[in-house]
Design a binder for this molecule. Structure first.
Ligand code: HEM
Length: 500
């Protein structure tokens, strides 16, 4: 259990906004009363800082004001004491313990008094993300993402999200993504040249940095086309690189983000001012997009959407690729099959085609199995905005929902020997796949728009590089996990490259 000052440090914005709005939202409060227990009251009152005391007083005032009898809710089992959940490593441990102790539907009270459910049942997860998605909005943790990305597609909700998604979706048609195939090949070829230099100098390869550079360069060229070279590379060190390298979340990062937004604004303004071109990149497509009233994105909206696309579009693929290289280095049998498939379908860069990539089914299996074990978005949160019912339990409005692909995709209940890396699990019919929880790209209307793009980029990367380079393990340690907004290895992974 965290101490109260830790909790407040992590969740003070949430607490403040809850206290501000709770007086108006009587219906949200009942679950709080129901799960309110002396231990929670004690914890908050006993907090050493003033904010805790103030909050405690406000909560109690609110609770006292609730006099009318309330309907009782059917809540799943759960711990009596408040539990702090966040997007951090302790949370994974806590979620696993909760599942072991209470089963697949767990209710708990968070230190801010808000009711939360941890749901670990495949059918209920599908229900929340897909069939009943309209009853849920994005949940806790997104405030922090909002600070970086503004109100772009990942964090927006309701009508704002619906409008943006409709405007953006066409840019991600398969036909458009196929138009970016050459960029994917060029970015992979540039890695090959760099890896040749590493081999010649007998150097190790920091595969975490390499896959990150590959995916970042790819998404930036896909968005900005020729402006990548003329406006971004001219900045000296790639001004976006810190997004993946810099784990600090301090003032220097705020300044860097501000600089990025200025740079993007000037690129957007110049593009608007320039005569229309037949240029093919995401920025052109976003600039041409119109809503149902014929309105384009404003500069501010475009800025948020571009920041979202950059951040969402590279770290996820980069992390997946770095786990793939790590897993391949441990599984020579998988490596042999991958090389054979790549040599058959992509004997050289010129032979790469959409048909060749579609035919690389074993590579697809390896990527899916990697995403099962290491889903980059390891924890989803939602907040219920309209009363719902799940598995005979009530979900009162205001309830926070936690869903973890990481936990469910490693659950023995659905996967045999779940910790084992076995790409053959995915060599089955789509019908059989449907019953297993596998949602690294989410499900339903908010499913990732970049899924097809990412599978194509990862297949091109592996298909071109794996037949040319082997990556040998430099030690036999398993990388520790860093569980932030994205799942990555705690330390960069180093491998020893050799040309085949
Ligand atoms: C392995 C690669 C990737 C994974 C695992 C992944 C995963 C996800 C997940 C889980 C979500 C939904 C999050 C939630 O509902 O809370 C999401 C949303 C999104 N992703 Fe991806 N992503 C990947 C690659 C990409 C790429 C390459 C792009 C862009 C080129 C992209 C753009 C987006 C966008 C814009 C959204 C927001 C969609 C919406 O809410 O309407 N992603 N992604």
């Amino acid at each position: 259990m965290r101490r109260i000052d830790d909790v407040l440090r992590l969740e003070s914005t949430e607490l403040k906004s809850f206290c501000g709005s709770s007086l108006k939202m009587g219906s949200v409060l009942w679950p709080m009363v129901k799960v309110w227990r002396p231990s929670l009251q004690y914890r908050i009152c006993a907090g050493q800082c003033n904010i805790a005391r103030v909050l405690s007083i406000r909560y109690r005032a609110v609770l006292r004001s609730m006099t009318s009898p309330q309907a009782s809710f059917r809540l799943p089992p759960g711990p009596k004491e408040p539990v702090a959940l966040g997007i951090d490593p302790e949370t994974l441990q806590t979620l696993r313990q909760l599942q072991q102790q209470y089963g697949d539907m767990v209710s708990l009270t968070q230190p801010n008094g808000r009711l939360a459910y941890f749901i670990n049942d495949a059918a209920e997860v599908r229900r929340i993300l897909a069939r009943r998605h309209a009853k849920y909005r994005k949940g806790p943790g997104f405030e922090r993402v909002k600070m970086l990305l503004g109100n772009g597609l990942i964090v927006s909700d309701g009508d704002v999200w619906r409008r943006s998604r409709r405007m953006i979706q066409p840019a991600f048609s398969r036909q458009n993504i196929h138009g970016l195939l050459d960029v994917m090949v060029d970015c992979s070829e540039r890695r090959a040249s760099h890896w040749q230099t590493l081999v010649a100098n007998n150097e190790q390869c920091n595969i975490t940095a390499e896959t990150s550079d590959f995916a970042l360069e790819l998404i930036l060229i896909s968005i900005f086309g020729p402006d990548y070279e003329s406006r971004i590379l001219t900045e000296g060190e790639n001004p976006f690189a810190f997004l993946s390298r810099d784990s600090k979340r301090d003032l220097s990062v705020v300044m860097k983000v501000r600089h990025l937004r200025e740079l993007l604004t000037s690129i957007i303004e110049d593009r608007r001012a320039a005569a229309a071109t037949d240029q093919f990149d995401f920025l052109t497509m976003y600039l041409q997009a119109e809503d149902k009233d014929g309105q384009p994105f404003s500069n501010k909206e475009l800025l948020d959407e571009l920041m979202t696309l950059i951040v969402a579009g590279f770290e996820t693929s980069a992390n997946t690729l770095s786990w793939v290289w790590h897993l391949i280095s441990k599984h020579p049998d998988v490596e042999t099959k991958l090389i054979a498939e790549a040599r058959e379908h992509m004997p050289n860069a010129a032979a790469i085609s959409v048909e060749a990539l579609t035919a690389m089914t074993y590579t697809q299996q390896v990527l899916e199995e990697t995403l099962r074990l290491y889903p980059p978005v390891w924890l989803f949160t939602r907040r219920c905005n309209e009363a719902d019912e799940l598995d005979n339990f009530d979900v009162p409005p205001g309830t926070d929902i936690y869903l973890s692909p990481f936990v469910l995709q490693r659950s023995e209940h659905y996967w045999s020997d779940p910790e084992r890396f076995d790409p053959d699990r995915f060599a089955i019919s789509d019908k059989a796949k449907k019953d297993r929880p596998f949602f690294p790209f989410s499900l339903g209307p908010r499913r990732c728009v970049g899924e097809y793009f990412s599978f194509m980029e990862m297949k091109v990367h592996l298909g071109l590089l794996l037949p040319r380079f082997s990556m040998l393990r430099t030690d036999h340690n398993e990388p520790d996990l860093e569980l932030g907004i994205n799942l990555r290895s705690a330390e960069d992974i180093f491998l020893k490259p050799q040309e085949r």
